[in-house]
Write a protein that binds this ligand. Structure first.
Ligand code: HEM
Length: 382
């Protein structure tokens, strides 16, 4: 598909380790605090846009999550929905998600099938892969070129791209790092981090709407932490001030709520499949080398041995000692390196949103309340 040097698709090996280390350092729990200013700015911008145009909650939250990772990657804010970078990111999202179930296409089973001429091609996934190349190239090349020009002119703001390119220009550059690596890693921040966070924000908004009692508790907790606005305490009126990151520790119910959304609606219920490099044995079962292995995070999150009444949406289950869901960000050495950044973006946006808005179910023209129902499309997460 042309993903090239994209960590998600790199095989285990020296280049994988190099890319992994770029992400691990930048997005470590201690380091993501440096992005709080960006996240807070974008959260407040999004809520301001929502006040002006509440109908466009999907577009505005897409702008929110894309702009956070775009600014981290390339240094620039995406100011509004007319930005071409938003369209580039959406096209790359379609390229990522539209290829069917990861690990199950004809090409996964029989790699030489990728050379089939189009008129002999029976695979929708392969057609999708071929169609997607321009979008993938564009998201890697277009913002890169624009930012490179600024870096050369000395006018580029700080960014993942500028930091790692500067390391190449240093007196003793890292021995294995190349410009192509920095380019691949920079676009991966955008591609892996934007739409995954967006989908999580949308899922949280859905569950806040679906469970008004839960929403009222989120608002009551916020009122207590921030001070209620006129007649507050009901959650129906804006809080006295907007939350900042320092307020999040005083919002434990919000944190439990977000984790409960992750548990009941994992974006990647089967995570991302991985291929076993060597023959292995797991609980007495033989896994031949080259097997495609799916981790069933969806089943783990609903295991009745771990979660009482797993189908019930209950953020308080974690007070009973039930564990936060384990697999939403994957496992082991391929676990999502962006998880701390993502959760911080989601939490600060939700806190800001709920300080200002009340979410209500849609009432149809027939006067009937439309119950929002969660659902996922088949594809690679997001
Ligand atoms: C709520 C939002 C997010 C979710 C649900 C999510 C989920 C995942 C999952 C399930 C994986 C696969 C792990 C595995 O293969 O075992 C993954 C990998 C990855 N994620 Fe995230 N992610 C999110 C946000 C982010 C952000 C914000 C970034 C960027 C800073 C990011 C960067 C990556 C990268 C680079 C990988 C590939 C890691 C590797 O293959 O070694 N993700 N993510």
């Amino acid at each position: 598909m042309g993903w090239g040097l994209t960590l998600t698709f790199l095989r285990w090996g020296p280049q994988f380790k190099l890319h992994r280390s770029l992400f691990q350092k930048t997005f470590a729990q201690s380091n993501v605090k440096s992005f709080r200013g960006i996240q807070l700015h974008e959260a407040r911008k999004a809520v301001r846009c929502l006040v002006a145009d509440p109908e466009d909650w999907e577009g505005i939250t897409h702008l929110l999550t894309t702009s956070i990772v775009f600014r981290i990657a390339f240094g620039h804010e995406i100011r509004d929905k007319t930005s071409p970078y938003l369209a580039l990111s959406a096209a790359a999202h379609d390229a990522t998600t539209g290829g069917g179930i990861p690990g199950t296409s004809l090409v996964d089973v029989f790699p030489p099938a990728r050379f089939l001429p189009e008129f002999l091609n029976p695979s929708g996934a392969l057609r999708h892969a071929r169609r997607s190349r321009p979008a993938i190239e564009a998201v890697r090349e277009v913002p890169w070129r624009a930012t490179l020009a600024e870096i050369k002119a000395g006018t580029a703001p700080s960014s993942f791209m500028r930091t790692h390119l500067a390391r190449l220009a240093a007196a003793a550059p890292p021995p294995d790092l190349t410009v192509a690596d920095v380019k691949g890693a920079t676009s991966t921040v955008l591609v892996a981090g934007g739409n995954t966070t967006w989908s999580t924000v949308l899922a949280c908004m859905l569950f806040l709407t679906k469970h008004p009692a839960v929403q009222r508790r989120v608002c009551a907790e916020l009122d207590a932490a921030l001070g209620a606005g006129d007649g507050g305490g009901s959650g129906a009126l804006p809080a006295a001030r907007l939350p900042a990151f320092d307020d999040l520790p005083a919002l434990p119910y919000l944190a439990r709520f977000t984790r409960e959304v992750l548990r009941v609606l994992p974006l990647n219920p089967l995570v991302i499949p991985h291929k076993s490099r060597r023959e292995d044995t797991y609980r007495g079962m033989r896994i031949p080398a080259g097997s495609v292995v799916f981790a069933n995070a969806g089943a783990m999150n609903r295991d009745p041995a771990t979660y009482r009444d797993p189908d019930v949406f209950d953020p308080d289950r974690y007070l009973r000692g039930e564990p936060y869901p384990a697999g939403n960000f994957g496992f082991g050495r391929r676990k999502c390196p962006g998880n701390f950044l993502a959760l911080a973006s989601v939490d600060i946006f939700l806190a800001t949103l709920m300080a200002v808005f009340e979410l209500k179910k849609v009432v149809g023209p027939d006067g009937e309340v439309r119950e929002p129902e969660p659902g996922l499309l088949v594809g690679l997460g997001g």
